[in-house]
Design a protein. Structure first.
Length: 115
């Protein structure tokens, strides 16, 4: 990830399909290292990337996910992946690592993935 000199400009935009791989890598790295539930569950970057990949098509269709890029380089440095927690879980969720089970168990009672 980039260093953060205070003078760097950030540009924001709506997620598009061409952002997929950069967003998958960024969120996989950040969540597997710093998100308390992901760390507690022992999720690896690759496992979290698989989860984010499942959400990308809907993110593109709904147009609610926002990405942040360094203005000078276009490097993706942030993403707000917006998911309607009341929508049905995407196909393939059942093939994710078993490390996700405890996280999904926490989210289901609050409506995540339950239509």
């Amino acid at each position: 990830m980039a260093d953060w000199p205070e003078h760097m400009q950030i540009e924001y935009g709506v997620y598009v399909p061409s952002d997929a791989e950069a967003m998958v890598r960024l969120l996989g790295e950040v969540f597997s290292r710093y998100d308390p539930p992901a760390v507690a569950a022992g999720l690896t970057s690759a496992e979290f990337e698989a989860f984010v990949r499942l959400l990308c098509p809907r993110a593109a269709d709904e147009g609610l996910t926002i990405v942040a890029r360094l203005a000078g380089t276009g490097e993706l440095v942030g993403a707000l992946l917006t998911e309607d927690s009341a929508s049905v879980l995407p196909d393939g969720i059942d093939r994710l690592s078993a490390n996700f089970d405890s996280i999904l168990d926490i989210l289901r009672p609050v409506g995540f993935g339950v239509p």
